[in-house]
Design a protein around this ligand. Structure first.
Ligand SMILES: *Cc1c(COP(=O)(O)O)cnc(C)c1O
Length: 595
């Protein structure tokens, strides 16, 4: 793939300073991407001059078309190219002659000679990008589909494309700052500093042209609450920012995230290979319910790389799936290794990062392509909002790997557009919104998005406290005479210790299991007799939680599956909260002493 790492600020400045754009390769077929781009940019107030020798003298979208750049009678600020890469050098020369300031090559187009020539002449050169996508990403109306720009602002109305950009952008790569600011600038109308809950099912169109372009995917924006909502989009941007990703798609639960994440990749008869150490509910979802869709799952020991390699050799496999830190046992995946193994076979690596969160680990930095979350857990953090999220790092090449039909073949529900051709590295996340959410209907409620936005602001602080409390509790448990084993990965003799050290920022996880010497009955008694710990089926709450998986969350698994996934009879799962650690330990000690 062509490397196209441009600074968002550079792109923002280009799009806010140019006024006239020559569109070379403009098509009069409204279904072609060049026509989409033209219409969109016209709506945003740019003067677009179409250039195409075959259409010269005719009008495209109400603008007279010219045969070549030199024929255009007005000043052109930017040349946007929809031609083959090998035609770009000539076009670059003409661009210099007509005194344009920017030479822009569309997605999939690059010519290094043209690039060099343009830069040598002190003009700006952008390639393998689309101005329509960049515009909606950076200046998008509220709720423009959760595509993340790295620019944050605490000023009302600063992200404007008309006129020179104000320079009031702030750039940060620090998670503490991003978790508070990314995606949640002040409300442009009211200035409300806490991001509002847009409790509305539908959104009014400007006119029928606007409505049509929204339905055609020519423009991002809100149509109907099943597909997008401004509050949810703000959360999508925040989560994408925390993963240093291009965009995300929020959904109604973690399970919905798994459904939506796999839907763009699979058809009946296709397969995923997944770790056998997954959240119990995920194993049931994959091996029973997804199986009934014709989506197969092979479960493997994710720490046995030969087994993983062998399993993904089958040509029907479309993804490798693992948890960064497994629930409940705390097994750590070697993300770098797994991503190399997956990429060698032309499939993406999907990491469920629910237990670690971005505060501990950004799987995209180690080669994961798609990251999913149950936001129900640490992201919302207070046990008050169900939710899930699919995050796209934008790095996987959907065109040149194992067949990803839904992203490469004409989509009949959108007048035959091809997602990858039209949206480039936003194809996957666009498909999640435009097709998966539209048809699967697993939408997050705006109120839950709001609660999760609030929760994420304190993610870093909470995770540090969860981790330090967990360390104290694990060290207490391992020394108690009624306790047999403790799965916490912070013990040096734990199989995951080294990987946890490598991948996690400040700790070893606060959800883990311990087993008691007195077996099934003893484990049940501990759970029932605790008084600070809440006995319930959740993790990642501020409150300390406890459960006996064998009789609850993992009940639906066979006893063999239970052993494999670390939920045997005498095993208790805890999620250590952020109360005072003395109190958490006191509750466990009283209960264990009385066994
Ligand atoms: C809870 C959980 C899920 C499922 O999320 P829900 O929000 O409960 O649907 C998936 N993966 C992991 C690791 C989880 O802990």
């Amino acid at each position: 793939m062509i490397d196209n790492k441009f600074d968002d600020l550079q792109i923002a400045n280009i799009l806010s300073s140019v006024k006239t754009i020559a569109l070379v390769g403009a098509s009069n077929n409204w279904k072609r991407p060049s026509n989409f781009v033209m219409k969109y940019l016209q709506r945003k107030g740019y003067k677009i001059v179409p250039v195409n020798p075959k259409e010269a003298g005719k009008e495209i979208n109400n603008e007279l078309c010219y045969a070549s750049l030199k024929d255009i009678p007005i000043n052109i600020d930017m040349v946007d190219v929809f031609r083959k890469s090998d035609e770009c050098l000539e076009l670059a020369k003409e661009t210099i002659k007509i005194n344009a300031k920017v030479f822009w090559m569309q997605i999939g187009i690059f010519n290094s000679d043209a690039n060099e020539l343009i830069l040598k002449n002190n003009l700006e050169c952008i390639f393998n990008r689309c101005p329509k996508i960049e515009h909606s990403r950076i200046f998008g109306d509220l709720g423009s589909g959760g595509f993340y720009s790295k620019l944050i602002s605490s000023k009302k109305n600063k992200l404007k494309s008309s006129g020179k950009s104000s320079g009031n952008f702030f750039k940060s790569n620090n998670l503490e700052t991003l978790s508070i600011h990314a995606g949640t600038a002040p409300d442009p109308i009211t200035g409300a500093r806490s991001f509002p809950i847009y409790q509305s099912t539908a959104f009014a169109f400007d006119d029928s042209e606007h409505a049509a372009s929204l339905f055609n995917l020519q423009e991002n924006g809100n149509i109907y609450g099943r597909l997008s909502n401004p509050t949810t989009s703000a959360l999508e941007q925040k989560i994408a920012a925390l993963d240093n990703a291009v965009g995300s798609c929020c959904v109604s639960s973690g399970h919905a995230a798994q459904l939506v994440a796999l839907y763009p990749l699979l058809n009946p008869g296709k397969k995923i290979v997944a770790s056998s150490k997954l959240y119990g509910g995920s194993i049931t979802q994959f091996t029973k319910t997804f199986k009934s869709f014709g989506w197969e799952t092979d479960l493997v020991d994710i720490t046995n790389y030969e087994e993983v390699k062998h399993a993904i050799k089958s040509k029907n496999v479309r993804a490798l799936f693992a948890e960064s830190l497994s629930n409940p046992e705390g097994v750590v995946s070697d993300i770098t290794q797994l991503s190399e193994i997956a990429h060698n076979e032309g499939i993406p690596l999907i990491i469920d990062n629910t237990m670690a969160t971005q505060a501990m680990c950004q799987p995209g930095n180690y080669g994961a392509d798609i990251i999913i979350y149950s936001t129900t857990k640490f992201l919302s953090g207070h046990g008050n909002a169900m939710g899930g999220c699919v995050v796209d790092t934008g790095k996987f090449d959907w065109a040149n790997n194992r067949g990803f039909e839904k992203l490469n073949e004409p989509d009949t529900s959108y007048h035959g557009i091809k997602f990858y051709e039209t949206f480039g590295n936003l194809a996957y996340i666009n498909f999640c919104h435009a097709c998966a959410l539209r048809d699967l209907g697993t939408t997050m409620s705006p109120f839950n998005a709001y609660l999760t936005l609030t929760g994420i602001e304190t993610l870093n602080l909470r995770m540090q406290k969860h981790m330090s409390n967990a360390e104290k509790v694990a060290n207490f448990l391992i020394k108690h005479n009624k306790v047999d084993t403790v799965s916490w990965s912070g013990f040096q003799n734990n199989k995951s210790y080294k990987l946890a050290k490598k991948y996690f920022k400040f700790g070893f996880g606060s959800v883990f299991t311990f087993s008691v010497k007195s077996g099934y009955d003893g484990a049940k008694k501990v759970v029932e007799n605790c008084s600070l710990f809440s006995h319930l089926a959740n993790v990642g709450d501020t409150k300390s939680l406890i459960i006996h998986p064998a009789s609850t969350t993992h009940r639906q698994l066979s006893s063999e599956q239970r052993e494999i996934s670390g939920a045997g009879d005498s095993v208790i799962r805890v999620s250590i909260g952020i109360e005072h650690s003395d109190d958490i330990i006191k509750d466990l000690k009283t209960t264990l002493d009385n066994l």
